[in-house]
Design a protein around this ligand. Sequence first.
Ligand SMILES: [Fe+2]
Ligand SMILES: [Fe+2]
Length: 299
Amino acid sequence: MEIRTQYQSTSRRRLNHDLPVMKLWHKAKQLGVWDPQAIDFSQDRRDWLRLEPLEQDVILRLSSLFQAGEEAVTLDLLPLIEVIAREGRLEEEMYLTSFLWEEAKHVEAFRRFLDEVAGDDTELGRYHTPCYRRIFYEALPEALDRLRHDPSPVAQAEASVTYNLVVEGVLAETGYHAYYEMLRRNALMPGMQTVVDHLKRDESRHLAYGVFLLSRLVAEHGEPVWNAIQLRMAELLEPALGIINETFASYEVIPFGLDENAFLGFATSQFQRRLERIDKARHQSLAELTEQGDLEATL
Ligand SMILES: [Fe+2]
Ligand SMILES: [Fe+2]
């Protein structure tokens, strides 16, 4: 540990509230304070008991993917926070404290749903198919853990692509879409619908941070980072879409009339949108990036 010669917040630099990440921090303090324990799941339980076994199965499956996914992002975020702290990016670290706290609440919310609505006491890892395991058991923990010994810009970019763009930006978004298709359309489980609304809002800030981080890395370090981003996106496209294929392949008749092609199209367009958003950063200076107002509006 190096000794310090000054602290930012007591220096003339103070805190920069104009930074886009500080806007996310202020939003997180307003919007990220919902309590998983306060969700009313009583109607959800009544709805659950009236579902067909296959309908229960597909909701349990999707929830098991989210449950482990939220645990993964909670466990794996710390190395990134450490890198940001070591680089002395105070405002970014302040925002990231809310990020980690929100992921922990997401873990709690899904487990409450599984316990109190689904009454589940089984080993849910049975739903974790090969492509899911490639991303959540291997690619994600490996990319983030690497930062402990390799905090290079390329390693940071690969970690952020995996975590923010693919896991949060593509997979989580596709998962919300599935909950809405099953629950909202059929006016089922109002408690879980509220949870998904909260998640979506929290995750939009997380994704906005990821896009900011990647844009900053591209603006600071140029082509090597941009190439690493594209390569990583291409690498993860196949297992990400594979999770959808494997999910649908598990049912002869898919419950709730879900349409596999619609989901593959949705996920692919999410992929494309994220890539186009980062591509913009290639032509943006660091000053322009910093002046950007509402990060979420640009997603
Ligand atoms: Fe989350
Ligand atoms: Fe997240």
